[in-house]
Write a protein that binds this ligand. Structure first.
Ligand code: ACM
Length: 415
């Protein structure tokens, strides 16, 4: 058997004998691929710290940084430190694309963790696909994407709606109003919702979209008052979530008779609006801060001790945290000279790990994640009471609304 340097290094890693300090970074043949150079692995952190989704993305930055600090404190990746390069794309898709190019081409990051909105993910996607880099996306989204250059750790529609919508119809009724921010995510999510509602014999009496950053909901709220839907299904995002809930409450509407059922209202937005404005409304998500598990207790305690005792964790900060751990585990399977986006993607396929929400698995075919759907009702203390939880993890089906399309390891398959 011919033994070359690469297989020797790989073998020594597998045997646990390798320490980075023992090998200067001579193993990379091509300087442009020196991702693990100088005992450091650079990654980008691309969440908005300002602008309309800064309200939530700032907490995704914090969860990401905390996870990186934990990996480094525990010895790094086979002795190498993860070095985060933080950029603020200011809730603007064009700035996301510009900063992504800087992180991938200028800083030579081996991966970038980023984005809340699908608009910003779509804006950076060409950068990652053209440069064959990896984007780690922690947010719930509309599905209908099958990229080899994105690792998706948030929920897709089947993981938030399959239990939620039938339960809401059974509990509250069949006349629904849909309200969302005006971009791809709410529209696709609502397409899926309308399919489920049609199958349940329910009707949509209003479907309305407001601009991102919208803060004047009085005319929408007046329509709710006049039309009296059984359920208001909300995919409004960012600081608009705060305005919608406050104006609903100020108008004296009653969540017991006309609840808002949201896919985007987390503990984070509730903290900003005040628990009274959110009390009684429902959210479907794989994670709530009150989830009772040792892993979650550890996550919440660490987050509060790092960022402040008043801070909350939620269903987008939790995947922001565990996806860094997945990245580290994938990199730790590779010899330093083999750490590049393509090898990380292969190494992450099928990874299972205990996350704060429960055990999660990165699906090899779709690069999406098996998650644990739950339904929570918000209380006036700003936390959710979990009123329903799935008995097993649920596979991601990113094309469930499109029966003729499937995401496979070979790419999108159309029949
Ligand atoms: C989203 O835009 N995926 C919330």
């Amino acid at each position: 058997m011919k033994i070359n340097r690469r297989s020797l290094i790989k073998g020594s890693v597998a045997a646990g004998a390798f320490t980075a300090a023992g090998f200067p970074h001579i193993w990379t043949k091509d300087a442009s691929l020196a991702y693990a150079a100088g005992n450091e692995i650079k990654v980008g952190v691309l969440f908005s710290l300002t602008g309309t989704t800064g309200i939530i993305e700032e907490s995704l930055n914090k969860a990401t940084i905390m996870a990186i600090e934990e990996v480094n404190a525990a010895g790094g990746i086979n002795g190498m430190k993860i070095v985060p390069i933080v950029e603020d794309p200011a809730s603007d898709p064009a700035t996301f694309a510009e900063k992504a190019r800087k992180l991938v081409l200028g800083d030579k990051c081996v991966s970038v963790f980023g984005s809340y909105t699908s608009a910003s993910r779509k804006a950076v996607l060409p950068v990652f696909e053209k440069r064959k880099n990896l984007y780690w996306y922690p947010t719930l989204y509309e599905g209908r994407e099958c990229s080899k250059n994105v690792i998706y750790t948030g929920a897709v529609p089947n993981q938030q709606q399959d239990e939620f919508v039938p339960w809401l119809v059974k509990t509250f009724g069949k006349r629904w109003s849909l309200i969302g921010s005006n971009y791809i995510y709410p529209k696709e999510e609502n397409n899926y919702c309308k399919k489920l509602l049609a199958g349940l014999g329910a009707e949509v009496i209003r479907e309305e979209y407001v601009p991102l950053g919208h803060s004047e909901f009085s005319s929408v709220v007046n329509k709710f008052r006049a039309e009296k839907p059984d359920v208001i299904f909300s995919t409004v995002v960012g600081d608009s979530v705060v305005a919608l809930h406050r104006q609903y409450r100020a108008a004296g509407l009653d969540p017991e008779k006309m609840p808002m059922a949201s896919l985007t209202t987390s503990e984070n937005e509730v903290a900003a609006m005040g628990g009274d404005a959110a009390a009684g409304h429902f959210t479907s998500a794989p994670y709530f801060m009150v989830w009772d598990s040792p892993e979650n207790q550890k996550f919440v305690d660490a987050y509060r001790s790092r960022w402040g005792a008043d801070k909350v964790t939620h269903f987008v900060s939790e995947p922001s945290y565990f996806q860094v751990k997945m990245f580290a585990e994938a990199c730790s399977k590779l010899a330093p000279g083999d750490i590049n986006p393509a090898n990380i993607r292969e190494a992450v396929k099928g990874i299972e790990m205990m996350a704060p929400q429960g055990e999660v698995r990165l699906d090899a075919a779709t690069l999406h994640t098996y998650l644990w759907p739950k339904i929570g009702q918000c209380k006036s203390d700003g936390q959710f009471e979990i009123i329903k939880q799935s008995s097993s993890w649920l596979a991601p089906v990113p094309y469930k609304a499109y029966e003729n399309q499937t995401c496979t390891e070979q790419g999108l398959k159309e029949t």
